[in-house]
Design a protein around this ligand. Structure first.
Ligand code: URP
Ligand code: ZN
Ligand code: ZN
Length: 486
């Protein structure tokens, strides 16, 4: 009798900590053995290949209404299929509360939608209305269900919270061991500039990048760190795009604060010039914050390399280039009306492999850490996800490091209908992908059943614990463990 159900034989196994020639034995969906000469009922020959943990993408928007109430192009089937083809085996999408929504209904809706997923998933919440009911009952109940992270917005008319509301949300997160993720841009700067631009007739996509100034990101990052420090609450700043923002985070981390941060492919591989195209074509590249310039790209690479930026996620926000998404008013659509966001769930890893690892900017171990391990650690999924170790889920991407691929819109499997990375030449591709020991993609074919993905409840974990610093002002408050009243 075979000890293993599946053996991946002869590949180079890479984790965040080591690189070694080893077979991987899989039993009951878990990694059961690592060694040489393993046997199993099924053997996958990985000679000449790299055997990496499947990607964990901790920032994706799927089957969600945007901040302007525009629907995403992907549902959980198309989104997770696209993830799988790109070597990602775990995703953390958002259950988005809009101001009029009650959280329990929001959660129930997304649990229903996610029944179509083919890879495993956890959830974050988006909190747009932290009223008494949300703070006192609904948020703690969601955390109890294992939804242990919330995104809050400092901009967008329909989503943004006041500083007082932010402190309210932080106080619940701090008490109950959840992570506050922050979209940090100064609302006043952006909306004041945008109002003036539109009045002047400056409505082309390029003005989106101009209005979302670098200073607006830096100001908001500084403010959110200040708020988090007042209340001793760990935070994660999503989609960081500027050298100024990264430097502010670096300084806070140097002071010992628990400030985690993320960047995304659009800040490494696009610039504001991509948005500056004739007519409304630049809408395909509009996201918030916008891509900047080469110096900002360099700062993002440096931030990933030195650990200031904790994770590299896609911020997959798929909208078609038609009236259903980016262009509600056709070629008359102004930059204020077009859906913000770009697709990236499938190409996140291949782009990073070619232009990060192959280009010599990062090592393979750093590739694994930034695309998988750190996501799992930060969001309470480690070591079930994010590594190849005894007892971990056998979520594995087998990469052909020499496979050459030219990106086209027909290559990718999401529903967006375009890719911002059209025409780029890649070297290295995940040719076989396993989720819990089951082959879900092989040689360009999907072999997974719709709905096989499982929900991942998340436990309280060390990165989410407050520092426990004494804060003199807070010592004056008796109700430290209950939401603060503004
Ligand atoms: O432009 C973006 N990033 N759209 C997606 C929503 C968000 O703010 O993350
Ligand atoms: Zn955001
Ligand atoms: Zn996002």
């Amino acid at each position: 009798m075979n000890a293993n159900d599946v053996v991946i034989r002869g590949g180079i196994v890479v984790t965040e900590a080591e690189t070694r020639l080893a077979d991987v034995g899989i039993r009951n969906g878990k990694v059961a053995a690592l060694g040489i000469g393993l046997s199993g009922a099924t053997t996958i020959d990985a000679t000449g290949k790299l055997v990496l943990p499947g990607g964990v993408d901790s920032h994706v928007h799927i089957d969600q209404l945007s901040s302007f109430a525009i629907p995403c192009a992907d549902d959980f089937y198309s989104g997770t299929k696209s993830a799988a083809f790109g070597g990602t085996t775990t995703i953390l999408p958002f259950c988005a509360q809009h101001r009029e929504d009650a959280l329990p209904k929001v959660l129930a809706d997304y649990f229903g939608k996610a029944k179509n997923a083919i890879v495993d998933y956890g959830f974050h919440l988006i909190i747009a209305n932290p009223n008494e009911q949300t703070l006192a009952s609904d948020l703690p109940a969601a955390i109890g269900q294992g939804v242990r992270s919330f995104k809050i917005f400092m901009t967008y008319d329909r989503m943004r919270l006041t500083d007082e509301q932010i402190l309210d949300v932080m106080s619940v997160a701090r008490r109950d061991g959840a992570l506050v993720m922050v979209h940090a841009e100064n609302h006043g700067i952006i909306s004041w500039l945008a109002g003036k631009m539109v009045k002047q007739g400056n409505v082309a996509p390029r003005y989106h990048a101009i209005c979302h100034t670098r200073s607006s990101e830096a100001e908001a990052i500084n403010r959110i760190i200040t708020l988090a420090e007042v209340i001793d609450c760990p935070i994660l700043i999503v989609h960081v795009s500027t050298p100024e923002g990264i430097e502010t985070i670096r300084k806070a981390q140097a002071r010992g604060l628990k400030v985690f941060a993320e960047t995304c492919p659009q800040y490494l591989f696009l610039t504001a010039r991509d948005i500056d195209r004739p007519g409304v074509l630049g809408a395909a590249f509009c996201c918030s914050p916008p891509p900047r310039d080469e110096a900002a790209q360099e700062a993002c690479w440096q931030g990933l390399k030195d650990g200031t930026l904790t994770v590299y996620s896609s911020d997959h926000a798929p909208y078609k280039m038609d009236a259903s998404g980016k262009l509600p008013n056709g070629d008359k659509t102004t930059f204020k009306e077009m859906a913000n966001g770009v697709p990236g769930i499938e190409l996140r890893l291949p782009l990073f492999f070619t232009f990060g690892y192959k280009a010599g900017r990062i090592t393979l171990n750093e590739f694994v850490a930034l695309t998988s391990t750190r996501h799992a650690q930060t969001y309470g999924l480690y070591p079930q996800k994010g590594t190849i170790a005894l007892g971990s889920d056998a979520d594995i991407a087998i990469w052909d490091p020499e496979k050459r691929v030219t990106i086209t819109k027909d290559l990718v499997h999401d529903n967006t209908g375009y890719t911002p990375y059209e025409g780029r030449e890649l070297t290295g591709w995940p040719v076989t992908v396993l989720s819990r020991g089951e082959i879900i993609v092989q040689d360009g074919k999907l072999t997974a059943e719709r709905g096989r993905g499982r929900f991942l409840p998340r436990e309280r974990s060390a990165p989410l614990e407050p520092l426990g610093r004494q804060i003199p002002e807070m010592a004056q408050l008796s109700a430290w463990n209950t939401p603060l009243k503004s």
